[in-house]
Structures are given as structure tokens and as C-alpha cells.
Design a protein around this ligand. Structure first.
Ligand SMILES: [Zn+2]
Length: 421
């Protein structure tokens, strides 16, 4: 045995379990594992979880906050305009350097799989080349999945489809889109059709920025669900943001959610970004602008929470901590029941792992030996404390350690009592 994590609590509620690891795989999960290993970690009643997974990120723009200036209005459209100003000045080495710095943060936070969109609007495809290089370099530590993302639109921007095809040929994994940014609703629907057909033909997954707007009449979610159904792409098409659903007529949504369920499409909400960017043209009341997360989950649709942005033209905060993301999602969606809070933890672990199609994810025997030990007793405590990641294990090897830092905040009395002391 190479490594044993002893006396760990698991996200499913199992307590005091030993996790045995050999040759990069989990080989035993049981209490009192009577073996020895070359290395042991005593979790002592702390939570051991499969790693965090971010199903929606932009690694080509991360850590560019303030370049060339700050987004003063804080709106999505000023962010897109600012990104257009920044793009021509981007240098490949600098993109790589920033992305690698972000991946270091991610690994330290136990975030070991990221789906990042990469803007393909620039025909030089500098960012694509840069992130493919990053993907190669971080592979021992982190699974980076790339989405060809036509930020300036598919039909609206000349050469956009050609750029996407070139990016896919270079090794980008997933087909992206942005139908609400096309000139008309009809063009948006046409872009969804063309991109889904292309992905189906190539056997690729789809992940579109879809209806990231406050427009109650936007209908691209419906189109994405219909194309997913028509092309038989259940489980392989994801709609990101879907914030229009927040503002839609309730009767219409009562038809839309079952259509989405029937299609087998999945959803990623980005709570930190949705709560700051949406509702900007409202006075009061001001809409929250996140999609209908509990209702979608109740319908049996996989919904993950994504980080989306960290210190870029759209968002000046963030630290690769998926517990921050889940914490915000929990509040915005008012998911405060115990089962709902557990779902919020799943929305940054098991659910996005399914959306990305990760192989061997989990803590069962046979799974890849990737995990994070958190200085908290349970998923709900982890959401409350957003605690230190005591150990991060990748491929059976400890790749990051962090000291405990918040004893005075811990009222949980590990391992399984709730008491003030
Ligand atoms: Zn995004």
C-alpha cells in the first residue's frame, strides 16, 4: 500500500473510514484497515472528499484584473468590451504564466479538474495554443478540459466557425457557443443548431453560454434542449448560466424544465458572477439573476456551480475556492435545508465530475486516487467554514498540504458531536 488516509469522514455520511491507495488507485475503503503503508495521513475525523471540480471557468482571462483598466460599471457588456481591448495585447507566455499561477491556487484548494472556455474569436488562436500548452504541463496535477468559445458570436463574427474547427483540430475538447450574443433570436437559434450538429458529427461534447441575460423572452435554453433531444446527445450537452430562466414566466418554465429533463442536458450556474452581473438594469426590486437551481435539481437535472471568473474583466475577486462558489450558490438559491446544502456540496464535486465526463471519479475502490482532506467534519461544515485543505492527493501522491487555521471557529466538536466547548 502506498498511502492510507485514516479515520476520515466521507461526503456520504460514513465516518471514521480508512482509505487505502496503491499505484494511483483507491483499493480499500473501510474502518480499521489492518495494513501498513509507505505514507499515512491521520484525518482524525476530518472530511475526505473526491476533489473539487469546476465545470465553468475562463483560464485565458484569469488574473488580468485591471488590465488595461478596471470594469467600472461592473456589467457583462463592459466586461466583454474590456476583454476586446485587452485581447490584441495578449502575449502567449503571459497567458501561460497566469494560467499556471491559477492552477497552483487550484491544486492547493483541492480543485483538480477544470473545464475552461477559451476564446476562439482571435484568428491567431494564441489563447488556444497557450491553454493547450498549460493543459499538457498541468496534467500530472489537474485535468484541464477546454471549450472552443466564440466570445464575439458565431454568425455575428466573421470566420468564427472556422476558428472553432481549427481549435478542435488542435486538440480543444468541447464545442462552445453564445446564442444570446448573436444579432437576433433567430440567429441565436441557428448558431445552436449549427454548433450542436458539428459536435454530434465529431462525437464531441457541447457547453454553451446560453441565455446569460435578464430577458424573460429569450428562448435559447429551449432551443438547446430541443437540439440535444433531436441529435440524441443526452448527458453530453451543457447549458451554462441560463439566467434568463430567473425572469421567465412561470407557466412557460413549467413546460421548459420537463423539456430539459427529457433531453438529458445538464446545467451550470455561476453564482458569484450571476449575482453580480445580472439585474444591472433593474432599480428595485432587483432580480437575483441566477437560474432556477432547486427546481432543476428537483426535476432530476444535473446542476453544477462554476467559478466562471477570477480577477478578470468581469470579476475582481475569487481564489479558486469552490467552497466560496457553493456558499454563494446556497445563499442565492436559498438552499438552506440540510439535504439542499448537501446538494450544494455535490454541485462542486460529484455533479460537475459527471458533466465533464471524468473517468474514475469518486472514493470507491477502483477510483482514481484523487482526494482532498478538509479541516471540517462534514460537507455542511465545509460550506460553513470554507476551511484549510489539510492534504490534497493526486494520483496517490500528496501534492499539497496546508495547516489548520481556524480552531476557534470550529463548534462542531469532531468527529460526530455537535456541542459548544
Ligand atoms: Zn463564462
Amino acid at each position: 500500500m502506498d498511502l492510507i488516509v485514516r479515520r476520515a469522514n466521507l461526503p456520504d455520511g460514513n465516518r471514521g473510514v480508512d482509505i487505502g491507495i496503491s499505484q494511483g488507485r483507491i483499493v480499500a475503503v473501510q474502518q480499521g484497515l489492518g495494513m501498513e503503508a509507505a505514507q499515512e495521513i491521520d484525518a482524525a475525523g476530518c472530511l475526505a472528499s473526491p476533489p473539487f471540480v469546476d465545470a465553468h471557468f475562463h483560464m485565458d482571462s484569469t488574473l488580468t484584473y485591471g488590465m488595461p483598466r478596471v470594469n467600472e460599471s461592473g456589467t457583462l457588456l463592459e466586461g466583454i468590451a474590456l476583454w476586446s481591448e485587452l485581447k490584441p495585447t495578449l502575449v502567449q507566455d503571459a497567458i501561460i504564466e497566469r494560467a499556471l499561477a491559477y492552477c497552483d491556487w487550484a491544486v492547493a484548494q483541492g480543485l483538480l479538474a477544470i473545464r475552461s472556455h477559451v476564446d476562439t474569436s482571435d484568428p491567431r488562436l494564441l489563447a488556444v495554443e497557450a491553454l493547450l500548452e498549460v493543459k499538457r504541463r498541468v496534467a500530472p496535477y489537474l485535468d484541464l478540459q477546454l471549450v472552443a468559445f466564440p466570445q464575439d458570436g458565431l454568425l455575428r463574427h466573421q470566420g468564427a466557425f472556422d476558428n472553432i474547427k481549427r481549435a478542435i483540430a488542435m486538440g480543444v475538447d468541447v464545442v462552445g457557443g453564445i446564442p444570446h450574443f448573436e444579432r437576433t433570436m433567430a440567429d441565436g437559434a441557428e448558431s445552436v443548431r449549427q454548433l450542436c450538429e458539428f459536435a454530434a458529427e465529431k462525437g464531441l461534447r457541447v457547453d454553451m453560454h446560453c441565455d446569460e441575460s435578464d430577458d424573460p423572452l429569450s428562448r435559447h435554453v429551449e432551443t438547446l434542449a430541443a437540439q440535444t433531444h433531436r441529435l440524441g446527445m443526452a448527458g453530453r450537452v451543457n447549458g451554462s448560466h441560463l439566467t434568463s430562466m430567473h425572469s421567465m414566466d412561470n407557466y412557460y418554465v413549467s413546460k421548459l424544465i420537463p423539456l430539459m429533463r427529457e433531453s438529458g442536458m445538464t446545467v451550470v450556474a455561476n453564482p458569484l458572477i450571476n449575482i453580480t452581473l445580472q439585474g444591472r438594469s433593474d432599480t428595485y426590486p432587483k432580480r437575483r439573476g441566477m437560474t432556477r437551481v432547486p427546481e432543476l435539481l428537483a426535476a432530476g437535472i444535473d446542476v453544477a456551480f462554476g467559478h466562471d471568473c477570477v480577477m478578470d474583466p468581469w470579476y475582481g475577486l475569487g481564489s479558486a475556492d469552490m467552497l466560496d462558489v457553493a456558499h454563494m450558490g446556497l445563499h442565492v438559491a436559498q438552499m438552506t435545508g440540510r439535504a439542499a446544502m448537501q446538494q450544494c456540496f455535490d454541485a462542486v464535486t460529484a455533479i460537475p465530475a459527471r458533466i465533464l465526463g471524468l473517468d474514475g471519479y469518486g472514493l470507491a475502490p477502483g477510483c482514481k486516487a484523487d482526494l482532498v482532506v478538509l479541516d471540517a467534519a462534514s460537507p455542511i461544515d465545509a460550506l460553513r467554514l470554507r476551511p484549510a485543505r489539510l492534504a490534497v492527493v493526486r494520483n496517490g501522491r500528496v501534492v499539497s498540504r496546508m495547516p489548520a487555521r481556524r480552531a476557534s471557529l470550529d463548534l462542531s466538536g469532531r468527529p460526530d458531536t455537535v456541542a459548544f466547548h
